[in-house]
Design a protein around this ligand. Structure first.
Ligand code: UGA
Length: 435
């Protein structure tokens, strides 16, 4: 049954959810206080790079199921459920998510409601946020609003697919009417096999943070194994393969790299660790994962330095700045730390990324940017792959080798076939295994 919903915040999460709920047949109004942003989306300009999203937004707008506005109150009054999908950036001092925007939207919703309304937190919020929102509702007289936690599990670069093919939908609410509405909203996905879990808001909020912390743990774990493999002459890819054959472990999220990054894993693990400390139940594993990931990035700088015999005066070409392929996002990208450390060590860095250079420029000063991937090889003592963009696998390595001062390729994503590097005369330094 089609419902009327509002999604407040047209950033990454909000836009994806809004467009996908429209695709499920609902009537969706996306709200943002930034009139310029709304105008440009209405002009067909999607502010983020996300495969499939632009086509989806265009199709759903044409079908009349997806509209945009800056008028929160009108959108709230026209809707059965309001999803809060605004940013929760880390506070500079503590790293905890700043809930100012979430609370401001909640207040605007409570000011506007004129009938039973479900208030949904889609933004990733710390455990206890639903209780805070419920307390705000209790302070007011005569409004009928049910708070619901409904975390999103989208991956950047796969967001539309992850929403429409969700493995699980987690709903946390103390109100039966809210849980029923959420089930009805997601009914098309549940009928296609997505598992719906209905629980309390606290449990739902923790499912999100615990999932991200656990996935971070897998990556930090395999990155430590990669460094050990290099010392003892083992092959981390085969170690991961062998581990993953045990169904209890599973093969996914065991790919070594230069460290995990992005807007979620680092921030969420820190928020969880802080919340746990505040609750008097510190999470030693999560805290160790955080420091392990930080340490790993520095270990990667040492690996690069060792491969070129020290950093001072070396020219390093870097391929990839985004925190992973398929996105222009550089938030917490390991490349930011690694490149900064290379520069601090006296290296001259030229970098290329097919999508992320514009976002990187304000954050990475004192380096050169190449127009083409192959250009980073010009005069280089080493080329380092930091992001697994598939196109880097198929570069003309022989031509690149010809432009380099020294034939060193450090592949921190294990992307390049050793045979291809060898055929091009490049000394390949993969991660966690012999070349
Ligand atoms: C992550 C989660 O995967 C989503 O489920 C979650 O919804 C999202 O955070 C969020 O909380 O919003 P995302 O940050 O888009 O999604 O990126 P991932 O694809 O999970 O990658 C995270 C980082 O881990 C990247 O830096 C990636 O390169 C690294 N990674 C991932 C590895 O180094 N090895 C792996 O095997 C997997």
């Amino acid at each position: 049954m089609p419902h009327r919903i509002a999604v407040v915040g047209t950033g990454y999460v909000g836009l994806v959810c809004g467009a996908c709920f429209a695709r499920l047949g609902h009537s969706v109004v996306c709200v943002d206080r930034d009139a310029g942003k709304i105008a440009s989306i209405e002009a067909g300009e999607i502010p983020i790079f996300e495969p499939g999203l632009e086509d989806l937004v265009t199709a759903e707008r044409a079908a009349g199921r997806l509209t945009f506005t800056t008028d929160t109150a009108a959108a709230v009054r026209a809707s059965e459920a309001v999803f809060i999908a605004v940013g929760t950036p880390p506070e500079p001092k503590t790293g905890n998510p700043d809930l100012t925007a979430v609370m401001a939207v909640a207040d605007a919703v409570l000011d506007a409601v004129d009938g039973f309304t479900v208030l949904v937190t889609k933004s990733t919020v710390p455990v206890g946020t639903a209780r805070r929102l419920e307390a705000r509702i209790l302070e007011r007289q005569g409004i009928d609003v049910a708070v619901t936690s409904n975390p999103e599990f989208l991956r950047e670069g796969n967001a539309v697919h992850d929403f429409l093919e969700a493995e699980r939908i987690v709903v946390g609410s103390r109100d039966r009417r809210a849980a029923d509405l959420m089930e009805s909203l997601y009914r098309p996905l549940i009928d296609r096999g997505s598992v719906l879990m209905v629980t309390t808001p606290e449990t739902s909020e923790l499912v999100k943070h615990a999932s991200n912390a656990f996935l971070s743990t897998k990556i930090a774990f395999i990155n430590e194994m990669a460094r050990l493999c290099e010392k003892v002459g083992a092959d981390v890819e085969m170690v991961a393969h062998g581990m993953g054959l045990d169904a209890r472990i599973g093969p996914r999220f065991l790919k070594p790299g230069p460290g995990y990054g992005g807007s979620c894993f680092p921030k969420d693990a820190l928020a969880l660790a802080n919340a746990a400390r505040d609750a008097g139940s510190p999470l030693s594993i999560v805290e160790t994962v955080l420091s392990s990931n930080n340490w790993h990035k520095h270990a990667m700088v040492t690996k690069i330095a060792d491969a070129v015999g020290g950093l001072d005066g070396r020219r390093i070409g870097v391929l990839g700045i985004a925190f992973k392929s398929g996105t222009d996002d550089v938030r917490e990208a390991p490349a930011l730390t690694i490149i900064s450390e290379l520069v601090k060590g006296g290296a001259r860095v030229t970098a290329f990324d097919p999508q992320a250079m514009e976002n990187a420029r304000p954050l990475l000063n004192g380096i050169g940017y190449a127009e083409q991937a192959a250009e980073v090889a010009e005069g280089a003592d080493a080329v380092v792959i930091l992001t697994e963009w598939p196109e880097f696998r198929d570069l003309d390595f022989a031509a690149m080798r010809a432009r380099m001062r020294r034939p060193v390729l450090i592949d921190l994503r294990n992307l390049v076939e050793p045979d291809r590097a060898e055929a091009a005369g490049l000394a390949l330094h993969p991660l966690g295994k012999a070349a």
